[in-house]
Design a protein around this ligand. Structure first.
Ligand code: 5AD
Ligand code: SF4
Length: 456
């Protein structure tokens, strides 16, 4: 009998990576076998991202080239999932006759059923506005023994470090952002479901968990999550997760500063296994721009949060996201952004040129910044951030840090610190194993990674 085989190409954020794992598991439970190439697959899924125009263009160009694969193999099913699917829906079905199924971001759990239906009728299924994140039992098998032909083994660090979705969607409506439209309104998962999922993972050998949500700080606000319906905050969830025996590191992403509570800041002082690392996207250093972005905090308030975080946890590593060239951004506004870099001295940042997204309020704003100005400012910003990252990394020189080993090969060993720094060790240390926690001495600091030697 010919096996049904699938290949999933993932674009975008960690939420999509986690959704891809869920789709892969659902398909495996329904008799599909994962394939290591598009050519060998009877089902190809694109799990897409629409956060910026560039991400979306990548999806459409791969979709275009799949037309040829379908001609060569007319029985191949093509499914578009993720944020582009959510936004474009039926339009993809109409424009692209080689696409069989388009599923919105909430339909990953009943994927197998939808695929069966789409074999009869090409369909687009979008997100309903009121949804629930189903109870989901994760696949804890670390080997994907069913893989057809040479397996693209899961990256070894995934066996010890996993993402767990705690909430989805966003109610904040920052004016540049498509997420409230592609992921819908905020929905939080029940505490018991999250704890059960993490327990299963930890029992199977996972020692590091990253809690995922578009805006984890507002966990538990939109719907009841506790068994007795009493209010339950994100900080309470962190405390509860930290009690799980065998869990060694806990992280979370991502947060909107406007929802950062004192209770959460205290967690960094109170919870041992909570990693001293915080991604706190600021988006701009100018109050005027923040206002037009609908971020609902000022730079003074943001700096106060930074100070309190550093007070609670002096060695906390801070990272941020920055949008360069938001409509109306003046030279002065951009200088404010550069000044913020000097004040906070982030360990690292992700910076992007503003990109117009359909349906957002920012798309309607006048005073769009010309492309060449955005490029020039982005370059200036990134150059300065790179210098600061290097200076920050040099502060670790000579320090003893604990790393969780992720990869061991003939070329050497790679691991990660609690602060989320990548650390490389020379090949002579490759007697350690992925998942081990080892103490190392930092011997070299680069812009993006550290080098170290094993502490004897
Ligand atoms: N243009 C550029 N960057 C954007 N981001 C979100 N929307 C846009 C947009 N329209 C960035 C923000 C966010 C990160 C995930 O992507 O910085 O924090
Ligand atoms: Fe988008 Fe703002 Fe929500 Fe983040 S907080 S997902 S940037 S709308």
């Amino acid at each position: 009998m010919q096996h049904k085989t699938f290949y999933i190409k993932t674009f975008g954020c960690q939420m999509n990576i986690r959704d891809t794992e869920i789709m892969a598991q659902t398909l495996s439970e329904n008799g599909y076998i994962e394939s290591c190439s598009i050519e060998d697959a009877s089902l190809v899924i694109l799990n897409t991202c629409s956060i910026r125009a560039k991400a979306e263009q990548k999806v459409f160009s791969l979709l275009g080239s799949l037309r040829r694969n379908k001609q060569a193999n007319p029985l191949m099913q093509i499914c578009v999932a993720g944020c582009v699917a959510q936004q474009e829906g039926q339009r993809i079905i109409e424009r692209m006759p080689h696409v069989d199924l388009v599923i919105g971001t909430q339909h990953i759990y009943n994927l197998a059923q939808l695929l069966e239906n789409s074999a009869v009728n090409r369909t687009a299924v979008n997100l309903a506005d009121d949804y629930e994140i189903p109870r989901f039992v994760p696949d804890v098998s670390t080997s994907r023994s069913q893989l057809k032909t040479a397996p693209p083994a899961p990256p070894p660090h995934f066996q010890y470090s996993r993402f767990v979705t705690i909430m989805q969607g966003c109610n904040n409506f920052c004016t540049y952002c498509v997420v409230p439209y592609t992921r819908g309104r905020e929905v939080s998962r029940r505490v018991v479901d999250i704890i059960d999922e993490i327990r299963l993972l930890v029992d199977s050998g996972v020692s590091e968990i990253t809690l995922l949500g578009q805006n984890v700080n507002s966990y538990g606000r939109a719907n009841p999550v506790s068994e007795d319906g009493t209010p339950f905050s994100f900080a309470m969830l962190l405390h509860r997760v930290a009690e799980i025996d065998g869990l060694k590191r806990l992280r979370f992403t991502t947060s909107n500063p406007r929802d950062l509570s004192a209770e959460l800041i205290n967690c960094f002082a109170e919870i041992d296994i909570l990693c001293p690392q915080f991604h706190l996207p600021v988006q701009s250093g100018s109050d005027a721009v923040l206002k037009r972005m609908n971020r609902k905090y000022t730079i003074d308030q943001y700096l106060d949060m930074v100070q309190r975080l550093r007070g609670a946890c002096p060695d906390i590593a801070l990272t941020t996201d920055m949008i360069i060239g938001f409509p109306g951004e003046t030279h002065r506004d951009f200088q404010d952004t550069l000044d913020l870099l000097e004040t906070v001295r982030y360990n690292g940042s992700f910076s992007f040129k503003y990109s117009d997204r359909p349906g957002t309020r920012a798309q309607q704003l006048a005073d769009k910044v010309p492309e060449e100005v955005k490029s020039e400012r982005l370059q200036i910003f990134q150059k300065r951030q790179d210098e600061i990252s290097l200076e920050r990394n040099r502060e670790y020189l000579g320090n003893v840090v604990k790393i969780r080993v992720e990869k061991v090969s003939a070329e050497g060993v790679t691991g990660r610190t609690a602060t989320n720094h990548i650390v490389h060790l020379p090949p002579e240390h490759n007697t350690v194993r992925p998942g081990d926690y080892i103490d190392v001495t930092v011997s070299f600091a680069g812009q993006h990674a550290l080098k170290a030697v094993l502490l004897s």
